[in-house]
Design a protein around this ligand. Structure first.
Ligand code: ZN
Length: 133
């Protein structure tokens, strides 16, 4: 892994949470982006070298809706920036980690992403992300 790229936080209402985190961090979000395929609307805050990604479900079967139903709002995933995502996926699989998808998906913020199943990472959902070329 190259760096901790962002921390994903599941929220019920993106507008309200944008205001809350703007107050907390002392700066506004710098973008809002919907990822239709994942059923989420996201906003991003930059804080030092790390980003905070707020995630709101856009439909009932969104993974974020299911997460909030089960666990409530809160930290959803840690995202690590990598170079050569496919190599990193093979490496992590060979090490015994389970990936949630066989191929990278399109994520927010111009990234290709894949998740590692939390059952293999002490219940922490881990995202590997690579900047699209
Ligand atoms: Zn993320």
């Amino acid at each position: 892994m190259d760096k901790l790229e962002h921390i994903g936080i599941a929220v019920k209402n993106l507008e309200e949470s944008n205001l809350l985190f703007a107050k907390l961090l002392g700066k506004a979000h710098y973008k809002i982006e919907e990822v239709e395929s994942e059923g989420v609307r996201t906003s991003f805050f930059e804080i030092g070298d790390i980003k905070i990604e707020l995630l709101e479900a856009t439909r009932a079967d969104s993974p974020i809706a299911k997460f909030i139903e089960k666990k409530g709002e809160g930290i959803h995933h840690l995202a690590f920036g990598v170079t050569n995502l496919e190599n990193k996926m093979s490496e992590k699989t060979a090490q015994g980690f389970s990936l949630l998808s066989e191929k990278p998906k399109d994520g927010a913020d111009n990234k290709r992403i894949v998740f590692i199943h939390p059952k293999t990472t002490n219940s922490v959902l881990v995202e590997l992300c690579e900047e699209k070329g």
